[in-house]
Write a protein of this length. Structure first.
Length: 587
């Protein structure tokens, strides 16, 4: 159906459309060529095509405003950039095979909703106003059902439109990541097809808010850098996996009552800066700052440690946790290990210590526990600081290289604009060539009719020259009359065809095209655009950027960090401090 529709559609190749497509592809990371086809049988924009990415639009699309055109192209090209048509078709195949299984239908529907949510978010991240986007979606809301919906992605389905509009216009809408989608593998068997259909229902995970609850570390869950930070990270997550608690321990910890500052399940809208690890979207570990507070939460097997300094704004980033109590309004220390929960709160010079919820005196055992915990926290903070410095420097390198890529992309865009204008010349010349071909076709039809007349006259001559011919032969006379009748009919067809009139009409259309003037105008636009001067200007900006020199300077700073040796030393000191804390807990 899609192939048949594309064959009877007209590609939009005007300069405005091509420039809009090129611009949208560049901003959405779509590297393959995208066709935009207008069809009188299409009632709303849709994305389709697995081998040839295609956007189908209604025939009146040429009358759209520039804003509506850009919004539609951004939405559909976002689908194509994510390979959504292939995902959609794969889900449809799975539904067709497993039509009797309700979970497959649910998975397919959830996949469709997630695709649209990710696509909407990608469009709004381009800077398009939510109100304008919602208005364009509403314009297509009343379109009739589509025959092509089985293999394409229509822009606005009535079944989900209300929810989408509320999300788009909401100030608190979730941010959906559109990256990190896995490649789709062709199923090798029916079971593989079902598995893929269920996998297709798992979209890129929405970005969790900074206040997501802190849960115990799941079994065998490695510590990975989080994508949930609302501001650039100052301290990266540990690169090595952190040991996880046994299942029984995790269950016990999860059921324990959390109280005090280490209870991060409470809502907190302030942005987090630092390293963070997540498991299935839930924060499990973090080292950094949230607003004016300092936070350390880490797990070492069954042992979980926590330190929170409230209102520690005056602290420098390199201040160690053991010094936080001298400046912060309140500091809370806590350890949890197989049901053993110890908490110490230091506020305005007063210290409160409890074990499993019962207040205890701050005796030698409590002080030994506190000092061992402080040592482990200090080493953990130092290691995070070192990793943060290295991550920040590497981020500077990426930023500089990104500037270079942006300027190189600007050059490609400039040359693409010139290519687009040259394409307009080819299009204009192609229109004239097409009309001249039509003239050749008209004259060829007349030539074909005259050729048939010659053939009929040849047949008459052949009969008359036959030695057996006799004027009194009725059969011969009848055959000659038949040939003469056909000749008369062909001559009448030639007169009715009016070759010269048709040719004159096509020549008038060629004259109205005014191809020479259009080509001259576009040539002038190309000269005035002066692409080489603009490219030279961007190249000068590239030279001033001095990417290689700046990167080498930052790499020297990274070398000065002596990261490998220092991180190994700090990791060893963390292990030693952990051993002393465990000994203090046993005592």
């Amino acid at each position: 159906r899609v192939r048949a529709e594309t064959k009877r559609s007209v590609e939009l190749v005007s300069g405005a459309w091509r420039e809009a497509v090129t611009r949208a592809c560049a901003r959405l990371g779509m590297t393959r060529r995208v066709r935009v086809l207008a069809s009188p049988h299409v009632t709303m924009p849709m994305a389709g095509g697995i081998l040839l990415p295609t956007v189908l639009v209604p025939a009146d699309a040429t009358d759209w405003s520039g804003e509506q055109r850009d919004i539609v192209l951004a939405h559909e090209i976002a689908h194509l950039a994510h390979a959504d048509p292939l995902r959609h078709v794969a889900a449809r195949i799975a539904v067709a095979i497993y039509w009797f299984h309700p979970l497959v239908w649910l998975a397919a529907r959830n996949a469709s909703v997630a695709r649209e949510a990710a696509c909407d978010d990608a469009v709004l991240q381009l800077g398009i106003r939510p109100s304008s986007y919602a208005r364009v979606l509403l314009d297509f809301a009343g379109a009739p059902p589509l025959r092509l919906a089985s293999a394409t992605l229509p822009m606005a389905r009535s079944s989900t439109l209300e929810t989408r509009l509320m999300t788009i216009l909401s100030d608190s809408r979730p941010r959906v990541s559109t990256r990190g989608r896995g490649r789709i593998l062709v199923p090798a068997a029916i079971l593989t097809t079902l598995t893929f259909a269920v996998a297709a229902a798992q979209p890129s995970r929405p970005v969790a808010p900074a206040s997501a609850p802190l849960a115990p570390l799941a079994p065998s869950a490695p510590s990975v850098p989080s994508a949930t930070m609302t501001t650039p990270a100052l301290i990266p997550a540990p690169s090595a996996p952190i040991a996880s608690a046994p299942v029984a321990t995790v269950t016990a910890l999860a059921t324990q009552q959390r109280t005090g500052d280490c209870d991060l399940n409470r809502s907190d809208s302030r942005s987090f800066r630092g390293s963070m690890s997540t498991n299935n979207g839930t924060i499990t570990e973090q080292v950094g700052t949230r607003g004016t507070d300092r936070i350390i939460q880490r797990s070492f097997g069954s042992l979980r440690i926590c330190a929170v300094a409230i209102d520690a704004a005056d602290n420098r980033q390199d201040d160690l946790p053991s010094t936080w109590s001298s400046r912060a309004r309140r500091v809370t220390l806590e350890t949890r290990d197989d049901g053993d929960v110890r908490t110490m709160e230091i506020s305005r010079g007063e210290t409160t210590y409890s074990v499993n919820g019962r207040t205890r005196d701050v005796d030698a055992s409590a002080r030994a526990w506190r000092d061992a915990l402080y040592e482990l926290l200090d080493r953990t903070w130092e290691l995070s600081q070192l990793r943060g410095q290295r991550s920040s420097l590497l981020g500077e390198i990426s930023s500089i290289q990104g500037e270079r890529s942006s300027l190189q992309g600007e050059i490609s865009s400039l040359r693409g604009q010139v290519s687009s204008m040259r394409g307009q010349i080819s299009s204009a010349q192609g229109e004239e060539s097409s009309l001249r071909g039509e003239i050749s076709s008209i004259r060829g039809h007349e030539s074909s009719l005259r050729g048939q007349i010659s053939s009929e006259r040849g047949a008459i001559s052949s009969l008359e020259s036959d030695r057996r011919y006799d004027d009194r032969d009725d059969r011969a006379r009848r055959l000659i009359r038949e040939h003469e009748d056909r000749i008369a009919d062909l001559q009448r067809q030639i007169r009715d065809y009016d070759t010269e009139g048709k040719v004159h009409d096509v020549e008038r259309r060629i004259s109205r095209l005014d191809t020479d003037r259009r080509v001259a105008d576009i040539d002038k636009q190309i000269r005035d655009f002066d692409v080489e001067r603009k490219v030279a200007d961007v190249n000068r900006r590239l030279d001033r950027l001095d990417v290689d020199g700046r990167v080498r300077a930052i790499e020297r700073d990274i070398d000065k960090l002596d990261y490998d040796r220092r991180s190994r030393q700090l990791e060893d000191r963390v292990d030693d401090a952990l051993g002393r804390l465990r000994s203090a807990l046993r005592r």
